[in-house]
Each structure stands twice: as C-alpha cells, then as structure tokens.
Design a protein around this ligand. Structure first.
Ligand code: NAP
Length: 293
C-alpha cells in the first residue's frame, strides 16, 4: 500500500495564507489582532515554543506582547498581569505558557483569563461551550488535528476513531470535537489511556488512530489495521549522539514500520506541530474580529 505522508507544514502554510488576508482585511478597519504571551521561568522547551509563537505572530501581522518573567514571580504578580491584559483593548488573546513553576496554581491563573481572550481554549467556560457544540475557541492542537484531516480529505463521519491519551489539552477535547454533530465530527470515538487493558485490541479496530501520549514508538505496526489513518501528536526527545544537539525528535508512532501499511501518516516533526501554532493565530484573529463587531 502507498502511504500518503501528511505534510503539516504545507497545510499550515495554506491556512496561514488565508489568515493573512483576514489580518489585512481587519487592518482596513484599523484593527490589529494582539496576543499577550506570558512565560514564567527559563525552561528551554517553553522558551522555544514561545519564541516560535511570537515569530509566527510577526509573520502574520499580529501584534505580540512578550512578558518573560523570572521563575520566582509570585502567583499574585502573575494574576495581576493577566488581569491587566484582560482589560487591555490592544490584546485580543492571552497565552500563559505551561507548565508554570510549582509554587503557582496553574488552574487559578488560567481561570483568571476572561473567556473572550482565552485563545488556548482551556478555560472551563470555553471547554463547556465546546462540549455543548457552541461557538468558542477550540484548543489549538486538537483543532489542528481536525484541520489535518480536513485538508487531507479524510472524512470522520461514521468512522471509528481511537485516541490514545486523555489529557485536558489533547485527548479529551479531541474526543469531544470528533463526536460533535458536524462535518468535522460524527465519528464513533474510543479513548484509551494508561489504565486501558489492551490498547492494541482497541487500536486494531480503528479507521483512524490518533496517538497523544508522550511515549516514543508506542504504536507499532501490529496495533494498526492495514489502510488505517494514523495521526501522531506525540513529541519526544530521544538521545541521538549522531546529532549535534545530542537528541532527535520522534512521535508516539513507530513511523518507519507503518509506511506501506497505512493509508495516511503524519511525521514528527512536520505533522501536527505546525498546525498548533496556526490555530493559535486563528483564534487570536477570531477574537479580534469579535472585539471589532
Ligand atoms: P499528558 O498530559 O502527559 O497525557 C498523556 C496521556 O497518555 C495520558 O492520558 C496518559 O494516561 C496516557 N498514557 C501515558 N502512558 C500511556 C501508555 N503506556 N499507554 C496508554 N496511554 C498512556 O500529555 P499531553 O499533554 O496530552 O501530550 C501528549 C504528547 O503530545 C506529548 O508527547 C506532547 O509533547 C505532545 N504534544 C504535542 C503538541 C504539538 O503541537 N505537536 C501539542 C501538545 C502535546 P493517564 O491519563 O491514565 O495518565
């Protein structure tokens, strides 16, 4: 079987070209979408995510305001900053990069962001709206997965989707999106996690397997039926002395063994990743549009 490798960079670029037109249209109404980005501490992975997000904003014509705070920032100081962004008319979206240092209550900080600026879609109000199928900001990574499927002409209606992973940022919202009565939903969804007894028995039944675990090469060829679609959300660093930086990135799927066995497959990097930032830009622009109405 010929396996189509889904090019996430190309799909992200196609969406970004469309978004650029929307930003240009907004500028004729003197509206510049604005994103407030908060990073606490100096975790290298978080720093590189935040830098990538700010770069993407710059390329799109979105104003981004960078708040890089030291790791000893108090919860009160952080909440005060979020509150100031909540009422700042130049800011349409607020992004607090996770994880936060242990002394700060992540839940409390995220709940401080007003739902109208919660472009990550993590607040209980926006999650509730998503579950009810109401208009809201959809969490970026699961929304990106739906876009990958849509742009690859993979229909979900009537399909059995097996998601491995039940986190609040990927697995749970994705399962909810896929069961919505909508053109990007209407799937039958099974969600597996660390307490699932026989993951292979579940994934072998799937038309579409989505892995969001954080475990290198967990999904192997024998766990996937021939001709299935496989989306790999996982991003793992594995030691590789042959690389200058001493590691390489890989997903949760044993990529090489699935080539020739499945119909569609996403690579890591270059699959889901580029869509995550793109959908953040999408949400920020939607928020700016709503503020201008
Ligand atoms: P997470 O919060 O750590 O959740 C992992 C999930 O996998 C949990 O539900 C866990 O089950 C389950 N799990 C762990 N080991 C398992 C096993 N052996 N078998 C079955 N299920 C298992 O992770 P996350 O934030 O969802 O992220 C998942 C992966 O996606 C990570 O590699 C992350 O880096 C990546 N990611 C990528 C993007 C992107 O833009 N490409 C964005 C977000 C995340 P329990 O609930 O039972 O513990």
């Amino acid at each position: 079987m010929v396996t189509k490798i889904i090019d996430g960079k190309q799909i992200a670029e196609a969406i970004r070209q469309q978004l650029k037109k929307e930003v240009a249209e907004l500028s004729t109404q003197h509206i510049i979408p604005g994103l407030g980005v908060i990073l606490v501490g100096d975790d290298p992975a978080s720093r590189s995510y935040v830098t990538a997000k700010e770069k993407a904003c710059g390329e799109m014509g979105i104003y981004s305001r960078d708040h890089r705070l030291s790791s000893d920032t108090t919860e009160e100081e952080l909440i005060e900053l979020v509150n100031s962004l909540n009422i700042d008319p130049a800011i349409h979206g607020i992004l607090v990069q996770l994880p936060l240092p242990a002394h700060i209550d992540e839940k409390k900080v995220l709940e401080t962001i007003v739902p109208e600026k919660d472009v990550d879609g993590f607040s209980p109000i926006n999650v509730g709206r998503m579950v009810l199928g109401q208009k809201t900001f959809l969490p970026c990574t699961p929304h990106g997965v739906l876009k990958l499927l849509e742009y690859s002409n993979i229909l979900t209606e009537g399909k059995h989707v097996v998601i491995v992973g039940r986190s609040n940022i990927v697995g749970k919202p994705l399962a909810n999106m896929l069961i919505q009565k909508s053109s990007s939903g209407n799937a039958t969804v099974t969600v597996c996690h660390s307490r699932t007894r026989d993951i292979g028995a579940m994934t072998r039944q799937a038309d579409i397997v989505i892995a969001a675990v954080g475990s290198p090469a967990l999904i192997t060829k024998d766990m996937v039926k021939e001709g299935a679609v496989v989306i790999d959300v996982g991003v793992n660093r594995v030691t590789d002395p042959s690389r200058k930086r001493g590691f390489r990135l890989c997903g949760d799927v044993d990529f090489d063994s699935l080539v020739g066995h499945v119909s569609h497959l996403t690579p890591v990097p270059g699959g889901v990743g580029p869509l995550t930032i793109t959908m953040l830009l999408f949400n920020t622009i939607e928020s700016a549009k709503a503020a201008g109405e």
